[in-house]
Design a protein around this ligand. Structure first.
Ligand code: HEM
Length: 267
């Protein structure tokens, strides 16, 4: 006799567990503030997308290591499509007025997207690494272990440079062996290689363009997030303890892969 319950939509996707995860903290005469549900759901959805994007980044890096540029590009395209959805989702939160947000803001205490370890993991994969970001998480936690692992891993840019070298491009040894925790900085030698590549190698030029799309997509998210912050809390400090929009504005417009932007004026 088969004692196992048949798989259903709800049991496979753990729907009951998922729907039990939204716990508003605000209390009022009529119960929790209406807009807190949206605030929780949207952040949880972001965390799920972050998880999926990290999963796909792991694949892109592996595909580059395996010299599979077309499949790497295909996976990058999926990441970019998710990123578009992530940016578009900010529109939903922007339907919340400053006063609606204020109705439950003080109940957030020091909680802030600033503490999203998965967002920091994405930054680490893209070459924006810092030990301070790791130390914000207690030892022994899942977040700390994930960040420590990703801190030591090569970034997407490292995987790309190593791939280019195997494609026959003379990537200088210091670039190939660069410290994977160091920021990605401009390199005239790499720019020279990229200019040649763009002129002669359509396959890899396409791959470069997807990396530029990714870089632009992340900057777009940062820009839209800061605008949402400005219209919701103005110049107030963040719940995470930063100066708020002022801090966020400093992170907008910083390229992840500066060489890919720099060569535009040399082509
Ligand atoms: C009303 C909505 C929101 C407001 C007012 C807001 C406000 C802020 C502020 C002020 C900061 C700066 C750090 C701090 O001091 O707290 C911040 C950082 C951040 N927020 Fe939001 N946020 C909102 C929605 C979101 C959403 C939906 C996400 C999606 C996950 C998000 C993700 C982040 C991330 C990842 C950071 C860190 C950015 C960095 O350090 O570069 N925020 N947010």
């Amino acid at each position: 006799m088969n004692t196992q319950a048949a798989l259903t939509y709800a049991s496979y996707l753990k729907v009951d567990e998922l729907l039990a995860l939204q716990e508003p903290r605000s209390t009022g005469p009529a119960g929790p503030e209406h807009d807190e549900m949206l605030f929780i759901v949207i952040h949880q959805v972001y965390e799920l997308w972050f998880k999926e994007v990290l999963h796909e980044f792991d694949r892109v890096r592996r595909l580059l290591e395996d010299d599979e540029p077309h499949r790497a590009q295909h996976t990058l395209k999926r990441i970019l499509t998710i990123l578009k959805v992530m940016v578009a989702q900010l529109d939903i939160l922007e339907t919340m007025t400053p006063l609606e947000f204020l109705s439950f803001r003080q109940r957030l205490d020091a909680a802030s997207g600033f503490q999203s370890d998965q967002f920091r993991q994405i930054e680490f994969v893209l070459g924006v690494k810092s030990t301070a970001a790791i130390q914000r998480f207690a030892e022994g936690t899942r977040a700390r272990a994930d960040l420590e692992r990703r801190y030591r891993e090569p970034t997407l840019w490292d995987a790309f440079l190593r791939y280019l070298s195997r494609e026959g491009y003379a990537v200088p040894a210091p670039q190939l062996e660069r410290d994977v925790v160091a920021p990605v900085e401009r390199s005239p030698e790499i720019e020279q290689i990229l200019v040649t590549l763009y002129r002669r190698d359509t396959k890899n030029a396409e791959l470069c363009e997807r990396l530029v799309d990714l870089d632009e997509g992340i900057q777009e998210w940062r820009y839209r997030h800061v605008k949402m912050v400005e219209r919701t809390i103005g110049a107030k400090r963040g719940t995470g303890g930063s100066s708020g929009a002022e801090y966020l504005r400093e992170t907008v417009g910083r390229p992840l892969f500066p060489d890919l932007w720099e060569i535009r004026s040399q082509l």
